[in-house]
Write a protein that binds this ligand. Structure first.
Ligand code: CDP
Length: 214
């Protein structure tokens, strides 16, 4: 019943829902590698911007995705409003998603992994051992992202942060290619009224019920 070989834990959900914090902690506890797949789209978007290209132009974005190097994920400029918007633009281009598919599947193939994103449980690993769809209300997600930005010293106004998130979610959910949506067999975790610890405990209990972690 419970797979023990190379388990995949898929964590999807809208922007700023706390997927990254949760996924990183689950990966550490379970002894699994962790991949923040948003970084792939962010790195492609930033590469296009850097070359003065248009992130919504398919040929340009696909070329950037095909030439992506693992070290691009370590760049320090992958977060912020410009990178957010560029990521969401390249992410709606089917050729970009195809170019990034093998990297994501290879990442989890050998030892299993925890991956977070928008389509991990629906497209990248439809057979994942455990799938979670993590969400929270828009204003709560905006508040969390605003606190994060403030801690980094980035001056951002909370209404602007909320509007950026709202637009990006709408774009992610409306696109034809791998739209943001919960897999039919995902565990829905609404963290609106939960702190990070409570969300982690709920997620861990679910994941342990699906995979045998020894
Ligand atoms: O951290 P945050 O939740 O704001 O975003 P992210 O997970 O870093 O993703 C940035 C953008 O990349 C999203 O708005 C999506 O457009 C895109 N993305 C995607 O399409 N598929 C994924 N698996 C991950 C991210």
């Amino acid at each position: 019943m419970k797979p023990i070989v190379a388990p995949i834990v898929a964590i999807d959900g809208p922007a700023a829902a706390g997927k990254g914090t949760l996924a990183r902690r689950l990966a550490a506890t379970l002894g699994l590698p962790y991949l923040d797949t948003g970084l792939l789209y962010r790195a492609v978007g930033v590469r296009v911007l850097e070359a003065n290209g248009d992130p919504s132009e398919p040929a340009t974005a696909e070329a950037a995705a095909l030439s992506l190097q693992p070290r691009d994920l370590d760049r320090s400029d992958l977060r912020g409003p410009g990178a957010d918007a560029a990521a969401a633009s390249v992410a709606s281009i089917p050729g970009v998603r195809i170019a990034l598919l093998a990297f994501q599947r290879d990442f989890g193939a050998r030892d299993g992994a925890v991956l977070d994103g928008r389509d991990i449980g629906t497209v990248i690993f439809p057979d994942a051992a455990a799938k979670l769809f993590v969400t929270a209300g828009l204003s709560e997600r905006a508040r969390r992202r605003w606190l994060e930005l403030r801690a980094k010293g980035t001056g951002a106004d909370i209404a602007t942060v909320e509007e950026d998130i709202r637009q990006r979610d709408a774009k992610d959910a409306a696109r034809a290619a791998a739209p943001l949506k919960a897999a039919a067999d995902a565990f829905l975790l609404d963290t609106s009224a939960m702190d990070a610890d409570t969300a982690y405990q709920a997620a861990l209990t679910f994941v342990r019920s699906r995979i045998d972690t020894g």
